[in-house]
Design a protein around this ligand. Structure first.
Ligand code: 5GP
Ligand code: MN
Length: 324
């Protein structure tokens, strides 16, 4: 059994299906389970059709698979709370537990851990694991494309500071194993619905708030606004980066109202600790430059909380901008 974090992104799903396709080639019986649905721009990955999405109707099935699994591979998360209801099932399971991840503060739940916060993506670690097992020759086009996708998106399209020499060397190898990098990029980035583009236009022109003095910019989207543009899972993916792309901005946020409170996404430049704000004030965590959380408040209250927190970070917000 392979699982990954809630609202899987390309690194989460790519590492899961990359490992699944590899293990199937090794003769294993594999079931990927995700704690929630994920965006349509990831559906091209080989094995997507076999993914079991946790929900009310699949709860029993998930429980049985997790109970029976000899090996449970958990990818791209470091704490069991990141897989919601599946967390308790995995915790109680008797199978051998593996955790492969690059997030901070790992919880001690796995029997074997491949953990490196210096890795840009969990997909990078999966590639290295396959190599370490002497199985590079088993990496085919499908596996290579799953792993390529996760590295591509977790490095922001090879632009973030985590884009190391090793990242380029790994993706070069993946291309040599058949990954069509241009196709993967098109599938993931150039796959917009018209609604999503119009929604982006609305968000940028009507919703974006900029606090130039504070060096902060953010979006705060209500369920009404999201519904107006028939926003689907994944439609707000990447939106927060537009706020961070503004000249002079150190910290960017996206506050998204949902049925269970407000989902928060934070992005920062340089050494500014977005994960500290996510952990201290929004029940979350993440990486220094990309973090998130969730809080049970109204949208207005969540934004007010965010603004009030900024005062304590005034100097740091200014300093990271000046360093550029
Ligand atoms: P995103 O803003 O794309 O949802 O998440 C960015 C990063 O923040 C993720 O890769 C993950 O590390 C972290 N993150 C997002 N949401 C949560 C959350 O609810 N809890 C924790 N611990 N980390 C989160
Ligand atoms: Mn990742």
């Amino acid at each position: 059994m392979i699982t990954t974090h809630v609202k899987p992104d390309a690194d989460a799903l790519g590492s899961s299906l990359g490992m699944a396709n590899y293990l199937i080639k090794k003769g294993h019986e594999v079931q990927v389970i995700t704690p929630s649905e994920y965006p349509a721009f990831l559906h091209w990955m080989k094995g997507n059709d076999g993914v079991l999405v946790y929900g009310e109707d699949t709860e029993q099935q998930c429980q049985e698979i997790i109970d029976q699994a000899d090996i449970l591979i958990t990818l791209d998360f470091s704490r069991l709370s990141r897989i919601n209801q599946l967390g308790d099932m995995v915790k109680e399971a008797s199978g051998f537990k593996v955790n492969i991840d690059h997030h901070l503060d790992p919880e001690d739940f796995a029997d074997f851990r491949l953990w490196n916060t210096g890795a840009a993506a969990t997909c990078e670690l999966c590639y290295e694991l396959i190599l370490a097992l002497g199985d590079e020759a088993l990496i085919d086009k499908d596996i290579a494309e799953c792993l390529y996708a996760g590295i591509m998106t977790d490095t922001g399209g090879f632009r973030h500071p985590n884009t190391t020499q090793n990242v380029h060397e790994v993706v070069a190898k993946l291309i040599s194993h058949g990954a069509d990098n241009s196709r993967v990029s098109k599938e993931v980035y150039d796959n917009n619905s018209i609604n999503r583009l119009r929604f982006l236009g609305y968000a940028l022109s009507q919703n974006l708030q900029v606090l130039p003095e504070e060096r902060v910019a953010f979006f705060a989207l209500s369920t009404d606004e999201l519904q107006q543009y028939s926003s689907k899972t994944g439609d707000t993916e990447g939106l927060v980066n537009y706020a961070l792309s503004i000249e002079g901005i150190t910290l960017a946020g996206l506050f998204k109202q949902s049925s269970d409170g407000v989902k928060v996404s934070l992005r920062s430049i340089g050494k500014f600790p977005a994960n500290e704000i996510a952990a201290k004030y929004f029940n979350g965590g993440g990486h220094r430059n990309a973090a998130g959380g969730r809080i049970d408040l109204t949208l207005e209250e969540a934004v007010a909380r965010f603004k009030s927190v900024l005062v304590a970070y005034k100097d740091q917000l200014e300093e990271e901008h000046r360093k550029l």
